[in-house]
Design a protein around this ligand. Structure first.
Ligand code: 5RP
Length: 225
């Protein structure tokens, strides 16, 4: 069993009968969906699932999990997802995929948000390993870029996978990728990005995680807030 699978199985133990559970996106979240489906099938665990992306919707449906659409949701009991970077105060960088809008909605709406990573995702500050993804309304991208520039933050448009055009998210947004000055803390960055018109959502998840489960060579450490 690999580390991603291990940490996903540990998180699935926190799911109780009758819960409404948010499903994240990515390879680690897929293992969580797999284990939840196994418990549903073999142990009769009753849950309602809400998916954060088309990919996790398909995954959950194929494995027989009962799904509810986001528009029918008020709150969730638990949301479980991976992350790209995690700091010591549990700030997260997410959204290397194209689904951070739904991911943040689920994280915010959930009573408990558990994040699953391996040790390689732990960083000193957000943006250390990856640029910060910012979803922007297409016609506003240059205005947003100029606002960021005024704050001393350089950005460029994300290319699509084929590198022959710009990446478009599942909501029809463009994505600016930000290179940060090291001095900018996640709290300050979160506030700055929340305040710029034209930004649909961004990949800084501040004050949202309740716990981070860190896998390292077959061991899992649970860090609760
Ligand atoms: C997608 C995400 C993912 O959770 C993040 O990229 C981690 O992915 P993986 O579990 O495959 O390493 O934020 O938007």
């Amino acid at each position: 069993m690999n580390d991603k699978q291990l940490v996903a199985i540990q998180a699935a133990r926190h799911v109780q009968d009758g819960m409404v559970v948010g499903l994240g996106t990515g390879s680690t979240a897929n293992y969580f969906i797999e284990e939840l489906a196994r418990r549903h099938r073999e142990e009769g665990l009753r849950i309602t699932a809400a998916a954060s992306s088309v990919a996790s919707t398909i995954q959950a449906r194929e494995q027989g999990l009962p799904l509810v659409a986001l528009e029918h949701l008020g709150t969730l009991d638990l949301y479980v997802d991976g992350a790209d970077e995690v700091t010591s105060n549990l700030a997260l960088l997410k959204g290397r995929g194209y689904d951070l809008v739904r991911e943040k909605l689920l994280a915010r709406a959930s009573n408990r948000f558990i994040v699953l990573v391996d040790k390689s995702k732990l960083v000193g500050h957000l943006g250390e390993k990856f640029p910060i993804p910012v979803e922007v309304i297409p016609f506003a991208w240059q205005l947003v870029q100029a606002s960021l520039q005024q704050l001393g933050i350089a950005s460029s448009l994300r290319q699509n996978a084929a590198k022959d055009g710009w990446a478009i998210t599942s909501h029809g947004s463009l994505v600016l990728e930000l290179t940060l000055p090291k001095t900018l803390q996640s709290r300050e960055l979160n506030q700055l990005l929340n305040d710029i018109p034209g930004i649909v959502e961004h990949g800084v998840f501040e004050e949202l995680a309740d716990a981070v489960f860190v896998a390292d060579q077959g061991q899992v450490e649970e860090i609760w807030k």
